[in-house]
Design a protein around this ligand. Structure first.
Ligand code: C2E
Ligand code: MG
Ligand code: MG
Ligand code: MG
Length: 291
C-alpha cells in the first residue's frame, strides 16, 4: 500500500505544523472553558447520493477557533478531551447544537440525515444512551434521522460497555456507521459483532484509487462485502471527478468530499445547496461516461 502513496501524500503524513495549536499538549483548562462558553461549534459536510447526486445528509464536524491558539484541529482537541475527561461535555455540547439545527432545517422542510461522530470512550459513559436520547426529545428529532459514526481505529472491546451502548442505540432506531473503514486493526471483527447499518470507506482507499490497481481492489472488495452485509456504503475523500466516476462504477451509495462540498457553517448550507444544484447535472452526467 505504501508504494501506492504519492510523494505528496508521504510529505503530508510527515508534515509537522509549527503553529501553537499543533505543538505540545493542549491546556485542558482552555479546552474546558471553550466547551463551557459554547466556543466549540458544529460544521456540516454534505453526504450525497453517488448515483443521482441528491443531498442525503450532513456529517457534523466540530470546530474550535481559539483567540490565542487560532484554529485547533479536531483530531487534537478530541484526543485532549478524551484524555482530560471532557469528551462527554464536549460531545453533548456539539450534539445539542447540531440537533437544534436539524430541528430548524426540519421545520423548513429540509430533512437531512445527521451524522454524529462518537468516540468509543464516550460510548463507555454509563448514561450515554439516555443522554443522547434526551437531546433528541428536547428538540423533537427522531432517532432514525441520526447516524452515529464510530471510528474503528479505537477498539471497542467485545464485552465492554461501549458494545452494549451501541446495541441499545441501534434498538432505539439510530443508524450506526463504521467510520474510516480499513484503517483500524480489527475492522472485520467489529463488523461481525456490532449491528452497523453503514460502512464508510476511509479516504486513503478512495482518493487516488483510479490511479492504483491495489487501492481499487481493496475499495471494490470493501464495497462488495458491505453491500452483501446490506450496509449503506459511503466513500469519504471524494476530491476529483475521477474519484466520483470510479465510485459510480463500483455502485457506491453515498459520497462525501471536497469535490462535493467542504465542511461549512449552518448558514452556508442553503447557499451551498443552490450552487450544488447548478453543478450536480455535470457530476451525474459522468454516469454515462464509458470507463
Ligand atoms: P472523520 O469523521 O473521518 O471526518 C472526516 C474528516 O475528513 C474531516 O476532518 C473532514 O474535514 C475531512 N475531509 C472531508 N472531505 C475531505 C476530502 O475530500 N479530502 C480530505 N483530505 N479530507 C476531507 P476534520 O474535520 O479535521 O475531522 C477529523 C476527525 O476528527 C474526524 O474524522 C472525526 O474522527 C473527528 N471529529 C470531528 N468532529 C468530532 C466530534 O464532534 N466528535 C468526535 N468524537 N470526533 C470528531
Ligand atoms: Mg466521521
Ligand atoms: Mg477517514
Ligand atoms: Mg471518516
Amino acid at each position: 500500500l505504501s508504494q501506492a502513496l504519492t510523494s505528496r501524500e508521504h510529505a503530508e503524513r510527515r508534515r509537522v505544523d509549527p503553529s501553537a495549536a499543533h505543538a505540545g499538549a493542549l491546556d485542558p483548562g482552555a479546552l474546558e472553558q471553550a466547551i463551557r462558553a459554547g466556543a466549540i461549534v458544529p460544521h456540516y459536510q454534505p453526504k450525497v447520493d453517488i448515483g443521482r447526486g441528491l443531498l442525503r445528509g450532513v456529517e457534523v464536524l466540530a470546530r474550535w477557533t481559539d483567540d490565542t491558539l487560532g484554529p485547533v484541529p479536531p483530531d487534537r482537541f478530541i484526543a485532549a478531551a478524551e484524555r482530560g475527561g471532557l469528551i462527554f461535555d464536549l460531545s453533548l455540547s456539539v450534539m445539542d447544537q447540531a440537533i437544534a439545527q436539524a430541528a430548524i432545517w426540519n421545520a423548513r422542510g429540509l430533512k437531512l440525515s445527521i451524522a454524529l461522530n462518537v468516540s468509543p470512550i464516550l460510548l463507555s459513559e454509563p448514561n450515554i444512551v439516555d443522554a443522547i436520547t434526551h437531546l433528541l426529545d428536547k428538540h423533537g428529532v427522531g432517532a432514525p434521522q441520526i447516524v452515529l459514526e464510530i471510528t474503528e481505529s479505537s477498539v471497542v472491546s467485545p464485552d465492554g460497555p461501549a458494545l452494549g451502548a451501541l446495541a441499545r442505540l441501534r434498538l432505539r432506531g439510530f443508524g450506526l456507521s463504521i467510520d474510516d473503514y480499513g484503517t483500524g486493526l480489527s475492522s472485520m471483527q467489529q463488523l461481525a459483532r456490532i449491528p452497523f447499518t453503514e460502512l464508510k470507506v476511509d479516504r486513503s482507499f478512495v482518493h487516488h484509487a483510479h490511479r492504483h490497481e491495489n487501492l481499487r481492489v481493496i475499495l471494490e472488495s470493501a464495497l462488495t462485502m458491505a453491500h452483501r452485509l446490506k450496509l449503506v456504503t459511503v466513500a469519504e475523500g471524494v476530491e476529483t471527478i475521477e474519484d466520483w466516476r470510479l465510485l459510480q462504477r463500483y455502485g457506491c451509495d453515498v459520497g462525501q468530499g471536497y469535490l462535493i462540498g467542504k465542511p461549512m457553517s449552518a448558514d452556508a448550507l442553503l447557499p451551498w445547496i443552490k450552487e450544488y444544484q447548478e453543478r450536480m447535472p455535470s457530476l451525474r452526467a459522468q454516469r454515462s461516461t464509458k470507463l
